[in-house]
Write a protein that binds this ligand. Structure first.
Ligand SMILES: [Zn+2]
Ligand SMILES: [Zn+2]
Length: 127
């Protein structure tokens, strides 16, 4: 048993860009970096240009739809920071966080358990 971290982003093939790891902690670190980068993209698309957005602070849903979805990403990051993601994974369940940006398809970021040994996994990029 090992772990995969992935995302379904518009323009990517399903299953592409999957990260293959041994440990829950590594999977969570990777997911957190991905979510931070996603959140940064959403803030950059902010249409309101309010003072808080200019500082890259969450301004809640009052600014625009992009900040709204960035706030949803913040909730996922809190789930990670509060160790909720960790306890879910260590109890054997995967996690998926889905976001609905104002344009384009929904975006899902997930961690799932994969069968078999990581050394035999075709997604393992270590050599
Ligand atoms: Zn794998
Ligand atoms: Zn905004």
């Amino acid at each position: 048993m090992h772990i995969h971290v992935g995302q379904n982003m518009p323009g990517y093939l399903p299953g592409s860009d999957v990260f293959c790891v041994d440990f829950v902690s590594a999977a969570i670190d990777y997911l957190r970096i991905e979510l931070k980068s996603l959140q940064g993209d959403y803030y950059e698309r902010c249409e309101g240009h309010c003072a808080q957005c200019a500082e890259f602070e969450a301004c809640g849903s009052e600014c625009c739809d992009w900040c709204d979805v960035a706030t949803d990403v913040e909730a996922a990051l809190s789930h990670i920071a509060d160790q909720d993601t960790y306890s879910r994974l260590t109890s054997g369940n995967g996690v998926v966080f889905t976001f609905s940006p104002p344009e384009g398809a929904d975006v899902a970021h997930w961690i799932a358990f994969a069968e078999g040994d990581r050394n035999n996994c075709e997604l393992n990029e270590d050599d």
